[in-house]
Design a protein. Sequence first.
Length: 275
Amino acid sequence: MSTRLGYALVVLTLATALASPARADVPDAELFAAGVRALDDERPNDAVASFEALADRGVVDGEASFDRGLAYAARVRLGAEQPGDLGKAAHGFEEAMALADDGALARDAETALTQVRTEIGRRRAREGNAVEIEQRRPAWRALSRLVSENAWSALAIASSLLLGAGLFFRWKSPTGRRRGASATMIAVAVPAVLLSTSLAATARHDRLYVREGVIIAASARPSDARGIALAGGAPLPEGARVEILGASAAWTEVRAGAVDAWIPTSTLRPIARRE
């Protein structure tokens, strides 16, 4: 290799590094802005690089996750799709829903997630595979996630105050109309306290201990702890949300519906959540 050619390659490498939006010395805000500009300019590869760099830095932000999902979805839309893009788009939108600070972002993420999973389902149907992608949560856990943990806690406090007021009025007015009103208050407050307290406890437990992820490969075949494929076990589809139970070397134990199995860690991406 000539000296001139070697020099040119060094210059090209330095120029590429300086132009990269994922440089370590670029502040998070500038990296985020670069990703947004890339999305606006329909440069999905650059957008993916920016938002993935933010994720690698440990940035936990609903808008960044949403835009990362948009970047992967845009790559599919523009015909530059790479394997796993739809699953990674679904992951970004799932994460945005988990991290969203306002209802508008959560609704947008839910709408985008539905569109991505609809496309995955359409492709699976065309290939003759099962269409169902969404793994249903147990009814009690689904109920606990209808509103936030703080909302359930506030309802528990309000119900407790109502119960206290009912007991006070019953004590002060053992007869008459107030006794009937106090009995009604107690009858409403007791189940409300029990229900809201239990749901708040479930929501807190899920926030602290339950971890979920999204399948980002075309499919992930469930195996046992030895890595042997389960007999009759249907592959988990791209974009499916699963509960993470544990990990061992290159394998992760997950729960998908009623099935507990091991899948390669490379086929799964955990959903970041605020502690």
